[in-house]
Ligand binder design. Structure first.
Ligand SMILES: C[S@@+](CC[C@H](N)C(=O)[O-])C[C@H]1O[C@@H](n2cnc3c(N)ncnc32)[C@H](O)[C@@H]1O
Length: 301
């Protein structure tokens, strides 16, 4: 019988165990310990994942953002509540968990989520300044719609309306409550983006934190489907986590949060496979380069 069938489980070294136990006692790593903790997770042998989770069990529950990610109370990773907590820089006030949340909020992945909201706000501000009437925006996978709230709250623009699509009723309810004072300008649609049928054209079709969950086949299908509903001079902008995301292993090992990370070249190839000519396509990024934006422009005929 081959030895490989029963590859031995590597034990987490005693020194690392002591370090991890100390982190649990003090409610998470302090700034000077981030590098050591991240390096333990990034270099973990796959056979050590269960041991690591056992050692960190006291914090791997809904009291921390990392634990919430693992428990997935709404059944899927990256739900509206977690995303909204990233936007709000939520930190548990209890010392047992506090440093874990501060650590999570300072990771590149969380910063990039906040940065992509800024990208959206900047884009909407430019659009509202450029076009004086009847701006229509479609959002695929709208989640908490905190981005929409912040835009309308900072600068009440009466000539812009948002159609939100999300398949989770809890996300729809949350976004509706959050945006109550702007409800005349927002429509809420509980439906799968694969099945929604728009009945108008849009100046912006925006999707953040959704296409990373799709394989190329569905990504391409959704480009082909919605490109037909872009107004002349409109943009279809799709965010996707980059293959350069330094938080990837932390998300996977601690929160079982798996995404289809893509490079700039992957996004350009996908746009090409969806039949979009090169001159209509650019890939942009937020300041960290962790969230990429595939931007497809529709030129006037
Ligand atoms: C990670 S959140 C991002 C939310 C928001 N776009 C943001 O960036 O703040 C992804 C959202 O997409 C929704 N979603 C996932 N798959 C979907 C699908 N096939 N159709 C519609 N909504 C979907 C989820 O319910 C969730 O609210």
């Amino acid at each position: 019988m081959s030895d490989n069938l029963f590859a031995p489980t590597a034990i987490i070294e005693a020194e690392k165990k002591v370090f991890l136990e100390k982190l649990i006692q003090k409610g998470g790593p302090e700034l000077h310990e981030y590098e050591t903790f991240t390096s333990i997770v990034n270099n973990l042998d796959p056979s050590q994942v269960d041991q690591l989770r056992e050692l960190l069990a006291p914090m791997l529950n809904e009291n921390t953002l990392i634990g919430y990610g693992l428990k997935k109370p709404f059944g899927y990773p990256g739900d509206f509540n977690l995303i909204n907590n990233i936007y709000d820089f939520h930190v548990n006030g209890n010392k047992e968990y506090q440093n874990w949340d501060i650590f999570f909020q300072n990771q590149a992945g969380a910063v990039a989520v906040r940065n992509r909201k800024e990208y959206f706000l900047n884009y909407c501000n430019d659009l509202a300044a450029k076009k004086e009437k009847d701006i229509n925006v479609l959002i695929l996978g709208s989640g908490p719609a905190t981005d929409v709230y912040e835009f309308l709250d900072s600068k009440p623009e009466k000539h812009i309306s948002f159609d939100l699509i999300d398949f989770d009723q809890n996300a729809i309810d949350f976004s509706r409550r959050q945006n109550e004072k702007f409800n005349g300008q927002i429509s809420y649609n509980r439906i799968n983006v694969l099945r929604f049928k728009p009945f108008k054209v849009y100046d912006l079709i925006w999707s953040a934190g959704l296409f990373d969950y799709f394989r190329d086949k569905h990504f391409i299908f959704l480009i082909k489907k919605y490109i037909n509903f872009l107004a002349d001079e409109g943009d279809y902008i799709i965010s996707n986590f980059s293959t350069e995301n330094p938080t990837r292993r932390l998300m996977e090992v601690l929160s079982e949060w798996y995404l289809n990370h893509r490079s700039k070249e992957d996004l350009l190839r996908i746009a090409g496979e969806a039949g979009i000519g090169e001159r209509y396509v650019t890939v942009e990024t937020e300041p960290l380069g962790v969230n990429l934006f595939l931007r497809i422009k529709r030129e006037a005929d």
